[in-house]
Design a protein around this ligand. Sequence first.
Ligand SMILES: C[S@@+](CC[C@H](N)C(=O)[O-])C[C@H]1O[C@@H](n2cnc3c(N)ncnc32)[C@H](O)[C@@H]1O
Length: 231
Amino acid sequence: MKLPLSDRLLACCGFIRPGDRVADIGCDHGYLGIHLLKTGIARSVIAADVNEGPLQSAMRNAVKFGVRDKMRFYLSDGVRNIPHDFDVMVCAGMGADTIMSILSAAPWLRDSRYRIILQCQSKRPELRQWLYDAGFRINRETLAKDGKFVYSIMELVCDPGHAITPTETYITPQLLEDNHPLLPEYYERVLHGVRLTVDGMKRSGNDQLSIYEMILSDLEKLKEQIYVNRS
Ligand SMILES: C[S@@+](CC[C@H](N)C(=O)[O-])C[C@H]1O[C@@H](n2cnc3c(N)ncnc32)[C@H](O)[C@@H]1O
């Protein structure tokens, strides 16, 4: 039986190290944890969801795919009700506000012993800024495509004292370093979004306009670097 794992979730799995104890927060169907156990990458998986229905579905799938004995299940808002014995937490398919509220409610996660993998569905620049202000640093960031959407997936560590510039909250140095084949497509989408923001601000006379014009100008300067050596 084949697990229906999306490229987006596969990319999240790419950050898991052999032997990791994983906490999948907002596990829904549980496929991420099941894949990590079936492939022998993860040592154990905590699967948590705030809703009973998804959690039940994850439990049924764990039985179906023969990994029930290596998974623990928790009904939990974020990490409130889960044990702390894991190495890496994954939050995928969630919006920025949910991710920020989960991390805000758990100061104990701000510890260099934990790695955090985030795949955020909305307001990524705001989230990246918030993460740096909260003492996290993006260690690596990559991209994945599902359907017509390109998603960014980042690995964070707690490492206070680092900063991120407004432009870097859109295209991070880690994404440039990763240089994924999807980077030009992601970049064009980001650029298009910032252009729309600038146009809207010009029409409404928004006092943040100069900041967004600077971001746009900085992003346009990245074009050559992003397209170099690509056929
Ligand atoms: C869109 S699904 C994503 C499922 C899976 N992680 C993925 O990426 O395919 C979001 C899941 O997060 C759960 N969720 C939303 N807010 C949550 C919270 N505060 N704590 C735990 N789970 C949450 C929802 O119940 C839902 O199952």
